[in-house]
Design a protein around this ligand. Sequence first.
Ligand SMILES: Cc1ncc(COP(=O)(O)O)c(C=O)c1O
Length: 458
Amino acid sequence: MNLADRSLHAIWHPCTQMQRAAHSPPLAIQRGQGPWLFDDQGRRYFDANSSWWVNLFGHADARINAALRDQLDSLPHVMLAGCTHAPAVELAERLSAMTGGVLGHCFFGSDGASAVEIALKMSFHYWRNSERPAKQEFVCVRQGYHGETLGALAVTDVKVFRDAYDPLLLRAHQVMSPDARQAGPDESDADVALRAVQDLERLFEARHEHIASFILEPLVQGASGMVMHDPAYLRAVRALCDRYQIHLIADEIAVGCGRTGTFFAFEQAALPGDPPIWPDLVCLSKGITAGYLPLSLVLSRDFIYAAFLDDEVARGFLHSHSYSGNALACRAALAVLDRFEVDQVLQTNAQRALDLDRALAPLRKDPRIEHFRHLGMIWAFDVRESDAGVRFAERFHLAGRAHELLIRPIGRTVYLMPPYVLDDELSSWLAHEVIATLDDVLQQPLPDADRPFVPATA
Ligand SMILES: Cc1ncc(COP(=O)(O)O)c(C=O)c1O
């Protein structure tokens, strides 16, 4: 049996209908180098989605490898209750400094979903400690995604992940998404954002005495298809949260670490020249270790931290995970922050993005496509429903393999979130192969099993 078959026998793969997996067997990846993954047959694939949006600087990066080797020889891990270590302290200090000290404390988790759980619990417990125990409700955005654990799913609105578990979930309020694709003929993206803000305001007005926090993905709702919105939304939402005394939680798990063009997406909320504005809690994960090790964290404002200080143990935030603040993971994260400083990653990416944007330009006019969108190092477009056909994502993914692409559309949304290692040549190649894959998929006849059933006529 080859490795893919053994995998299908032994592993219950994530985010996969296993019955369907035989049609789309996993690639048996043997090694990675830069943006390339190599399978056990020696074929290469460009990691167009940065391995679920985590891999910032390519695979097996020499500098991150060196930092990890060094950490491995001194301290791989120690628990963070009753002990501390330099990588965790330095990481917390540096991230706080990147917010101008506004978010003064860092609480460590492991995966993204654990950071969301932490932020929700912190917010709830803050109000309880602040003698306002009625503030227990959470508000989230339609089409939002915050992870798969029960708390995170409760504030998620992606049917395919959520619906089966709905009876188990906390009831959260859902408000209109600021998704710019909803713009009417005479509406701008900012107008759509304004409509979404009005929806939120109506809810806050009615329920603010009971609402603990509002959670959102700033600028891009990732898992529902790289859905983008105008930064005016973030400004207005910050003001509403202030007015109604509701915590603002920014889930930057996907959009943080430079993905949208600034280190934190929320940095784009303030108008140019105005003082920066910040959420109350920020969740970070994925790219923070550049795809090496699981690490997540929640940055909190000091007033939230202060509300937990008490002689009584139970008024503290007693949440914990065994691997909280793992030293290897924190060291990888420090190597990532070093890269941002030394290589001026944000400035370099801004230049690199121009190349790929130019190379993808034909898609903007392609009649088979709608809503081409781009922000920072994210590109996405929707294939029109009339063109996409059934099982579009699977067909596109499989066709992409023949073009040396590892790419997984979401529904009929094709997106690119490449590692930050593009150059002009790679951008031209990537755009060419994406367009060629699209042509292949849309020109191929549908497989028999996927053809719509047409009843025979007499
Ligand atoms: C915005 C957002 N929040 C939370 C998560 C959950 O992160 P994890 O898969 O590491 O639990 C994700 C994962 O895609 C995400 O995109």
